[in-house]
Design a protein around this ligand. Sequence first.
Ligand code: Q9C
Ligand code: ZN
Length: 335
Amino acid sequence: MRCFFDPRQLGHSPAKELHNGSFVDYAETPARAAAILKTIGAFEAPDDHGEAPILAIHDADYVDFLKTAPARWAEAGRPGDVMGYIWPIARRRAVKLDRIDALAGRYSLDASTPLTAESWSSAYWSTQSVLAATHAVLAGDRSAFALCRPPGHHAGADYLGGYCYLNTAAIAAQAALDSGAKRVAILDIDYHHGNGTQDIFWTRGDVFYASVHADPATDYPFFWGHADETGEDAGAGTTLNLPLPQGATLEAFRAAQASALAAIASFEPDLLVLSFGADTWEEDPISQFRLTTGDYAVLAREIAACGWPTVIAMEGGYAIDALGANVASLLEGFV
Ligand code: Q9C
Ligand code: ZN
């Protein structure tokens, strides 16, 4: 299987995040990518498909914010990385503001996703990696892997969050549609619900979003991912959320994934994007499921058996010592 990664994805390295009431070392480190690179061996650098596929998903003003916020933050005399600390609650009217502090809240979901001077470049090349994998699959490969880092599924059309800046899975899905696919499905098996992906395709009938994740009653991102969220308008019925309780093992996960695959099969997609997080692993430091390394191959075989050309986009997974083996197990299940 072809695997894609660009070394510029390593530049992004925020110092701290706000986690359960204290500032702790940022969990989504360059060492995660390094661990996967070390285990998997042969990666190709992606071609540059430019900004158009990004702007097909993300608002231009948000993209401009990602590029310019670190310099504006420094100009305002703020130390360290850009981090929002005030948010416009959903009911506030949209006000056009210029102050960097206001913008940091306007374009973010949480205080666990800082912006550094390298963030734009790393997020940009993360999208180029998923676009390269998408084009490999469109050209006939059964599957391809993009080591997306930073990850993508918490980022919406106009907001960052959950360690994500640009929604790689959404960008891949849209690129496939723009290259002639009629329907694309996204299966998200990261521990966390992919709120950004769900938001982006909420009213779309040409993209099916299915997610197996920790119940948002107990886990981030709390405000999305409940079972009664199923899409609206042209997207009514094209969102499927399958929340599981903390402590879930392969048995429950596999049953939920089977439901997701059955729903996707009824949708008859031309291509599948798999948002893969290894934070479902039994000893992940920020998550509470109990999958083993070998379980990823089992899950992957069941996905591969459906026969859809599949783009695999890396999402979370924070147990660095096990990350390479967990990704390798998933990829083994595909080949
Ligand atoms: N204690 C991904 O796996 N931190 N993002 C939550 C709550 C954010 C995870 C803090 C977790 C986001 C791509
Ligand atoms: Zn996650």
